[in-house]
Design a protein around this ligand. Structure first.
Ligand SMILES: *Cc1c(COP(=O)(O)O)cnc(C)c1O
Length: 482
C-alpha cells in the first residue's frame, strides 16, 4: 500500500519536473518578434496583431503542457512553421466573417443573408450620421437635451395619422416591450392557432413568459371563435393579442376570429388589443399577386390599439421594431425602463427615417431594393438569364451547361409562405461535378454566390442578384470550367 502510494507520488513528481522543463523551453515573445520572418508578417499585418497571435499560441501550448495533453514539445513544435502559421492566421482574422455575398436564391428577405437591402439614400444617411456628431438627443431650437424617440415621429405621422410611435431594436423586442407594458402580471389572451415560432428563436409563449405576462391560450390550433376570447376574459385579463402567422398557413377546417371582431370585443370590455403584424408592409402587394400580407395601416383601421412590425422585412429598412398605436399606450411604453434597454442607434434612425420618407413620398417601389425586386417581371428576369447564358457560351467550351426553367421566387423573412412570385431560374450543370459540389464552388467563390439547390440541380434566381453583381455570377460560373 505504502509502496504504491510512494510510486504514484514520485511519478507525479517526475511529471511536474518534466512539465517545468518543457515550460522553460518555451521561447520568449521578444525573441520571436525579432525573427526576420516574423517581422515580415508584422510589417504586412501589424505588430499588434502578430503579438496577439503569438501570445495566444504560447498560452495554448502552456495550457496543453500543464494539462498533460502535450508530452514535450521541442522548440520546433512552437516555432517550426511559425511565420507561415502567423501569415495564415493573420489573413484569416483580418477577413471579416460578416461579408457581402451575392444572393442568387431568389428569396428576397432572406433572414440568413440579412433581410432587406437599404436604399442608396439610406446608406448615404447612415454614413453621414456615423462620421459626425449628430442631434441624436439634442434639440437645436432650444439648445437643450432632446429625445431620440422623436426623430421618426414626423415621418410616421404622415403614414399613420393620429397615432404615436416607439422604435426598438427589432420586432421581437417590440412584442416584448408591448407585452411587458400592457400585460405584466396579467393574463394575455391569444388563440392557440397563433402561438407562432419565427426563425427558431422567436416563440410567442417564450416572449410572453419573459415579459411577465401570463399566457391565456384559447380555442384550438385550427379553430378559434370570438366566443373563445369572450369566455377567457376575466378580472386578471390585461390584453388581447393577435399574431399574424407569418411563416405558415393552417388550411382546411379553420376559423380564426378576425381582428375586427377581437378589436370590437376589446373595446366593449375595456381591454387593449395588440396586433403582432410581423412584416411591416406599407406597400400594396395585391397587384403583385400577394394577398397574405395585409398592410400595417389596415390592422389599425380594423381597430387594433397597437400594431408592431419589423423594420427589415417588407418595410425595406434596417433591423428595427416599430410600434404604432394609441398615444396613451405608446406613452406607457416610452416610459417603460425596458425601452432604454431596447433602444436603437443613430444609424438605425437615419436609415429608418429615409426608408419611411420613400414610403411617404410614394417612391418606395423604385427606391427600395426589396420593392424593386418584388416588381421584376418573370420576362425581364428570363431575358437577363438568357443574356448571361449567352455570355457564358461565348466564353468557349468546357463551361457549365445552363438551362432556363420557370420557378418561383419567395418573399422570405417569414412572409406569405404560400405565395411565390413567378420567375425564370438558371439551372447549372457541370461535367464531373455533383450539384452539391457546384453549390459549394459558388459559395466559396470570392465574393460568395449563394444559390439554391432543388431536384438535384443548382438553381440561380437573378431576381435577387443586383444588376452590378451579375458579372460576379458570370465569373463564378466560368470558374466551374474544367
Ligand atoms: C418576423 C416576425 C417577428 C420577429 O421580428 P424580428 O424583427 O425578426 O425580431 C415577430 N412576429 C412575427 C409575426 C413575425 O413575422
Amino acid at each position: 500500500m505504502m509502496a504504491t502510494l510512494k510510486a504514484a507520488r514520485s511519478k507525479a513528481q517526475t511529471k511536474t519536473t518534466a512539465t517545468r522543463a518543457a515550460l522553460r523551453t518555451l521561447p520568449q515573445m521578444s525573441l520571436l518578434l525579432e525573427r526576420d520572418d516574423v517581422r515580415a508578417v508584422a510589417a504586412r499585418h501589424g505588430r499588434g496583431l502578430v503579438t496577439a497571435l503569438l501570445r495566444s499560441r504560447l498560452e495554448e501550448i502552456r495550457q496543453r503542457l500543464l494539462g498533460g495533453s502535450l508530452p514535450f514539445p521541442g522548440l520546433a513544435d512552437v516555432v517550426g512553421d511559425l511565420a507561415s502559421w502567423l501569415e495564415r492566421e493573420a489573413r484569416e482574422r483580418t477577413t471579416s466573417t460578416l461579408r457581402p455575398v451575392v444572393n442568387a436564391t431568389g428569396v428576397i428577405l432572406h433572414t440568413n443573408l440579412g433581410r432587406a437591402l437599404l436604399s442608396e439614400e439610406a446608406v448615404r444617411r447612415v454614413a453621414e450620421v456615423a462620421r459626425a456628431y449628430t442631434t441624436l438627443e439634442y434639440d437645436l431650437a432650444s439648445g437643450r437635451r432632446g429625445s431620440r424617440s422623436s426623430h421618426l415621429d414626423r415621418m410616421l405621422a404622415l403614414l399613420f395619422p393620429g397615432r404615436a410611435f416607439q422604435v426598438v431594436n427589432n420586432n421581437a423586442a417590440a412584442v416584448l416591450l408591448a407585452l411587458n407594458t400592457l400585460g405584466e402580471g396579467k393574463e394575455v389572451v391569444v388563440s392557440r392557432g397563433e402561438l407562432v415560432e419565427i426563425g427558431g428563436s422567436f416563440r410567442i409563449p417564450d416572449i410572453m413568459r419573459k415579459s411577465g405576462a401570463v399566457l391565456r391560450e384559447v380555442g384550438t390550433t385550427n379553430r378559434t371563435r370570438l366566443s373563445d376570447y369572450e369566455r377567457a376574459i376575466g378580472a386578471k385579463t390585461g390584453l388581447l393579442l393577435k399574431v399574424h402567422p407569418s411563416n405558415y398557413k393552417i388550411v382546411g377546417f379553420t376559423t380564426q376570429a378576425p381582428l375586427e371582431e377581437v378589436a370590437t370585443l376589446g373595446k366593449r370590455r375595456g381591454l387593449p388589443v395588440l396586433m403582432d403584424q410581423g412584416s411591416g408592409n406599407l406597400l400594396d402587394l395585391e397587384p403583385r399577386g400577394i394577398r397574405d400580407e395585409p398592410a400595417a395601416q389596415e390592422a389599425l383601421e380594423a381597430g387594433a390599439d397597437v400594431v408592431c412590425f419589423s423594420g427589415d422585412k417588407l418595410l425595406g429598412g434596417p433591423q428595427a421594431g416599430l410600434i404604432v398605436g394609441r398615444p396613451d399606450l405608446i406613452k406607457m411604453m416610452r416610459d417603460n425602463p425596458l425601452s432604454r434597454a431596447l433602444r436603437v442607434d443613430k444609424m438605425t434612425y437615419a436609415a429608418l427615417e429615409q426608408t419611411l420618407l420613400e414610403h411617404a413620398r410614394g417612391a418606395a417601389a423604385q427606391a427600395l431594393p426589396a420593392a424593386r425586386m418584388l416588381s421584376l417581371s418573370p420576362e425581364s428576369i428570363e431575358s437577363r438569364a438568357r443574356r448571361l447564358a449567352e455570355r457564358l457560351a461565348a466564353a468557349g467550351p468546357g463551361g457549365p451547361t445552363l438551362s432556363i426553367r420557370p420557378g418561383l421566387s419567395l418573399l422570405g423573412g417569414g412572409s406569405a409562405p404560400e405565395e411565390g412570385l413567378p420567375t425564370a431560374l438558371l439551372a447549372v450543370e457541370a461535367d464531373g461535378l455533383s450539384a452539391s459540389a457546384i453549390e459549394e464552388r459558388l459559395r466559396t467563390f470570392d465574393p460568395p454566390v449563394i444559390a439554391r439547390t432543388g431536384a438535384g440541380r443548382v438553381l440561380i434566381d437573378l431576381r435577387t442578384v443586383l444588376e452590378d453583381q451579375e458579372s460576379v455570377v458570370e465569373r463564378a460560373l466560368l470558374a466551374l470550367r474544367r
